[in-house]
Each structure stands twice: as structure tokens, then as C-alpha cells.
Write a protein that binds this ligand. Structure first.
Ligand code: SER
Length: 585
């Protein structure tokens, strides 16, 4: 039986009423473009309004999240996903919720208890540490070593920056053939989160004031595809039953196998599926340059570019068979796909034709430049990218066909300038982040400079610091990058940093005028933030940065460098968390 049916049947048998999946575009909430969680349509009821179906609800909810857009192409990230959820609106609370989750996982899905681990909220100055949940898990046989207490960043859930909220308990599954460690380490990504039970008993307003809600609620969310992957024992979501037929259709269209073409195939599949669902929504979204319409446009165009990479003739009607496969696959659960079939096919086809035209215009520019030069300069490459939607890969391919060169570095420069401008405009703030100065933090400061330099070598010169934050436990570094780092890239970065540490390179610093610093090629984030006299820290010929310090005197003092996490921080920005450990010898 399908996991969605198992889930609904189980909770219905426990007195829950199934509610239909709400539309993707929220009906009464202009503050978000799409539903991003199962609970979103239920906010008024979590706040105390009586729900017509009662106090125990369950559903599967379609969601679109764009925060992971840049990670799509890897094995696990998607822009569209389905969330299985069950709710108690002022009815049962922690103990019962945990009992249901435990029973569903171990008795319905038959997941062995040894493969499970739990996080609970460690509390803060306003909310107590959640011993009730920890005890409840223990009463079902979860060992103490498999329970971790985490803080607000990990185990507190609030929709956006205000609303009903509370601490949560998260359930993790050991998805690896490696021996399962006794002690649960939430940073070890062989443990994957599969279910999140939020205990919504508070309300937080926009100023951060917390008050108690009139009722204590439970809001749980389980990522459908992730759990299917767990149950089917694969670590690539696209190799689960969910994608079997769509992937087969795409391989037939492309005339290519999945192996060796994974990234583009995943992007085409993910983006076409999300586009199908957006186009089917009752809100009647059409591709445009604003709001949901713009998202739809971007998704379709990106899918087309990757279809081109796969060698698909994009003048052919290739979106139709793909869309039809998705409609077939999902119509049992989402009737709107069948009802709006013609609209969906037309939206995809129409946008594909529009894009073909701007592509043509872009190609004309190409021809024009080609008549008088054998080089596409950075400015033109960026103009092609920005105005005509030409990814740099496409510009390079077209250039090769005409025996032309592309100034990729110039393009990266322009890209960087543009990104800085738009980030500054949207965020208006950056943190230097280097403020503490204990011995370990000092080591982290220097490690941050090495990381920056290593990323430039491995990813490309467009990498630079967008944000940095150091604690005694780790460093955090944000930088522009259009893709999730591969295992290989992460390894190369780690190895480079460790190599430089081993080379025992002296770290020197000099005070000079801001102008000379810039002239000397020192890197700096926001030149206008620095005083006229600045300090430049130099690590051999590896790194030169304007910085307030403090730093170690020699890289050998740092220890062993290790990347713990690499994730999306916002669109086009990746975040690395890394630690340093004492050297082995
Ligand atoms: N709101 C929580 C989440 O999205 C649980 O549903 O994870």
C-alpha cells in the first residue's frame, strides 16, 4: 500500500479526520507565495478557532519550497514535496503524539527501533527543557544515548517570523549500511530526519514576545518522499518508485541513461513536476514576471536549459509526455491534475515557445559579436545571462561552435557584482562575525581565511565571504555558489586546508592605508566599512585579507580541519559549517 494511504488509515483509526490537501497558493495569506508546510492552512485553528472537522486532523499536503532551489540536482532536494501530517487542536499533547509516531513507525512501517534517534528541545530562558518528550521516548524503549537535546536553531518551529510556535521533537533514521553508533550525533548526516512533531503551545509576535496559546496543539510533518526512500532502501530519491515512470519517460525522450546524466535529469524532472502542480492550482497561475508566475517561469526555463544539456531537441514537444506522466502518477491523490490537464500542457508548451524566442534573440547578439571579434567579453556574457536567460554553459557551448573564446572570469566578476548589489539591497546587512578572541576562536579565524582561499581554488574565483560567524564550537562561512558542493569538492577543500596547515605557513600582518591594501590585492568584504588605516593578514601566497583578526602566528597551530555541513543559506548562497579538531599525533 502507498505510504500516504498507510498514514491516513493509521491516523483515521486513531480518531483523526482526513482533511483535503489545500491549494498550493494560499487562499487567505498574501504573505507567502506557496504553502510551505502542512500546517500553514491550519494557522487560524492552531490559534484557537474551531475547525469544522474537529480536534484531530490528518492529511497529505502539497508544498513548494524555494529555499532549496540551488540544491535541486542532488539526490534529495526538491522544490515540490508532500508532507504527511497529523494535528491535535487542543486535544492530545506530547505523550500521545509520541506514542502515535512510535507505533506508526515501528508497527505499521516496521522500522527497527535500533535505526531511530530523537532530538528534543533543550529549552531557553522562557521555555523549559522538554523532559516530558524525552521521558515519553524512553518509555517506548528509545535509549538515552539516542536522545539529543538541541536549541532554538534546530528544535523550535515557527512559520516565518511570527505565529503559533513551540519546541519540537524530531525523529531521525539511520540511513547507511555502516554500523549504527550507540550514541546519536545529530551532526552525522547518515542520520536523516524523517518526522517532526511540533508542540505548539506558544505564540510569538513580530517583536519576539512569547505568550501562551489558549490551547496546546500538536503539529507534525513527515516528508513523504524521504520516507519512501528510507523504506525502499535507496539513498537517491529519484530511484524510488515515486520517480520510476517519469524517469523512464525522460530517458526515452533524451535517448540517454540516467547514469552520467543525473544532475540535469533530476533538475528537469523536479522542475517539470513542480510546474505541473503550480499550473494545476485553482489560483490559475500563468508564467509571468511577478510572484508565483515568475517562479513558474524560472522553473520551466531552467528545466528547458537542462533538457538542452541532455541533448533533447527543445523545439520538439517534449514537455507534454513528461507532464502527462506526472498527471497519471498523481491524479489519484490530486484530482486537480486531471481536471486541469489541458491548461497544464498549454502552460508548459507556451512558455517553452516564448523561451525559444528570447534564446533566438540572444543568439543574434552572438552572431553580431562574432562578426567583429573572436571573444565574448564578460559584460556580454553577463548581458546574455541576465537579459536572455543564457546560462554561462550555453554561452560557452555557442562560442565553441564559432571558434570563439569566453571571458569567464569577466563574467564571474559581473555576476559577483550583481549578486552583491541584489543581496545588499534585499538584506541590507552583513556580519563580519569575527568578534571573539579565545584561543580556539583565533584558530577558527585563520581557518576561515584558509577555507575562503580553498573554495576559490576548488569552486572558482567568484567565491568570496558573504557572511562569517565563529563560536568556540565551529566556524560558519557563507559564499555565493550556484550549486550544492559535491562530495568530491568538499573533500578537495578539506584536503587543501589541511595541506596548508601541514605546510606550517607563517601568518603575518601589516597595517597600511586602505588604498594600498586594495592595491596590494587584499580581499575585503565591504571596503566602506573599514577605517582609513587597516590591517591586512597574509598567509604565505595563499590568502591576503583585510581583517581585524586575531589570528594564529603559524597555520600549524590550527589542528585538523573538517567540514561538518554544507547547505543552502539562501538562493545562490551556500553555507559551510566546519570544525577543527586536535591533530591525531
Ligand atoms: N510545521 C512542521 C514542519 O513543517 C511540522 O509540520 O516541519
Amino acid at each position: 500500500m502507498n505510504l500516504k494511504d498507510l498514514y491516513i488509515n493509521y491516523f483515521v483509526s486513531k480518531g483523526h479526520k482526513q482533511i483535503p490537501s489545500a491549494p498550493l497558493v494560499p487562499e487567505n495569506d498574501p504573505s507567502v507565495l506557496f504553502n510551505t508546510a502542512g500546517m500553514q492552512p491550519l494557522i487560524p485553528y492552531l490559534m484557537g478557532e474551531p475547525h469544522p472537522y474537529g480536534k484531530r486532523l490528518c492529511d497529505y499536503q502539497k508544498c513548494v519550497r524555494l529555499t532549496d532551489l540551488d540544491s535541486v540536482g542532488d539526490k534529495t532536494h526538491h522544490t515540490f514535496f508532500e508532507m504527511l501530517g497529523n494535528w491535535s487542536l487542543g486535544d492530545y499533547f506530547k505523550k500521545e503524539s509520541i506514542a502515535y509516531s512510535f507505533e506508526f513507525l515501528t508497527s505499521v512501517l516496521n522500522i527497527p527501533i535500533e535505526r531511530l534517534a530523537i532530538t528534543v528541545y533543550e529549552g531557553d530562558d522562557k521555555i523549559p527543557r522538554d523532559e516530558v518528550s524525552a521521558d515519553a521516548w524512553k518509555s517506548h524503549g528509545i535509549k538515552e544515548e539516542r536522545i539529543a537535546y538541541l536549541g532554538r536553531e534546530d528544535n523550535f518551529w515557527i512559520p516565518g517570523d511570527s505565529g503559533p510556535c513551540g519546541g519540537d521533537t524530531e525523529i531521525f533514521y539511520w540511513r547507511s549500511d555502516d554500523e549504527i553508533p550507540e550514541r546519536f550525533d545529530p551532526e552525522d548526516d547518515r542520520w536523516v530526519e524523517i518526522w517532526n512533531n511540533v508542540f505548539m503551545e506558544y505564540h510569538q509576535d513580530k517583536d519576539g514576545n512569547i505568550t501562551e496559546l489558549t490551547q496546546k496543539n500538536v503539529d507534525t510533518g513527515m516528508g513523504y518522499e524521504r520516507v519512501v526512500a528510507v523504506l525502499e532502501g535507496v539513498d537517491d530519491n529519484y530511484l524510488t518508485s515515486v520517480w520510476k515512470r517519469p524517469l523512464k519517460t525522460l530517458m526515452e525522450i533524451a535517448g540517454k541513461p540516467y547514469e552520467g546524466n543525473e544532475t540535469s535529469m533530476r533538475i528537469v524532472l523536479d522542475h517539470i513536476r513542480t510546474s505541473v502542480f503550480i499550473a494545476a492550482d485553482p489560483a490559475g497561475i500563468k508564467p509571468s514576471n511577478t510572484d508565483q508566475g515568475y517562479i513558474l517561469r524560472r522553473l520551466i526555463r531552467r528545466a528547458i536549459r537542462h533538457a538542452m544539456k541532455l541533448g533533447i531537441d527543445t523545439r520538439s514537444d517534449f514537455t507534454t509526455p513528461l507532464a502527462l506522466t506526472f498527471i497519471e502518477e498523481y491524479k489519484k491523490y490530486y484530482k486537480e491534475l486531471e481536471d486541469n490537464k489541458e491548461v497544464i500542457l498549454e502552460v508548459l508548451k507556451g512558455e517553452k515557445e516564448k523561451f525559444a524566442k528570447t534564446l533566438e534573440k540572444g543568439l543574434k547578439i552572438f552572431e553580431k559579436v562574432a562578426q567583429s571579434s573572436n571573444k565574448i567579453d564578460g559584460e556580454t556574457a553577463f548581458h546574455l545571462y541576465d537579459t536572455y536567460g543564457f546560462p554561462i554553459e550555453l554561452t560557452k557551448e555557442e562560442a565553441t561552435l564559432r571558434n570563439m573564446e569566453v571571458d569567464e572570469e569577466g563574467f564571474n566578476e559581473k555576476f559577483k557584482e550583481h549578486q552583491e548589489k541584489s543581496r545588499t539591497a534585499s538584506k541590507g546587512k552583513f556580519k563580519g562575525g569575527l568578534s571573539g578572541n579565545s584561543e580556539i576562536e583565533t584558530k577558527y579565524h585563520t581557518a576561515t581565511h584558509l577555507l575562503n582561499a580553498a573554495l576559490k581554488k576548488v569552486i572558482g574565483p567568484s567565491v568570496h565571504q558573504l557572511g562569517s560567524n565563529i563560536t568556540e564550537e565551529r566556524l560558519r562561512f557563507d559564499f555565493p555558489c550556484d550549486h550544492k558542493l559535491t562530495e568530491e569538492e568538499k573533500k578537495q577543500v578539506e584536503e587543501l586546508v589541511n595541506k596548508w596547515i601541514e605546510e606550517e605557513i607563517p601568518v603575518t600582518h601589516e597595517t597600511m592605508s586602505k588604498e594600498s591594501a586594495i592595491e596590494s590585492g587584499a580581499e575585503c568584504m565591504f571596503i566602506e566599512r573599514y577605517p582609513d588605516l587597516v590591517t591586512v593578514y597574509t598567509i604565505g601566497d595563499i590568502s591576503k585579507e583585510l581583517c581585524g583578526g586575531p589570528h594564529v602566528q603559524n597555520t600549524k597551530e590550527i589542528g585538523h580541519f573538517k567540514i561538518k555541513k554544507e547547505e543552502s543559506s539562501s538562493a545562490g548562497v551556500r553555507r559551510i559549517k566546519a570544525v577543527i579538531e586536535p591533530k591525531e599525533n
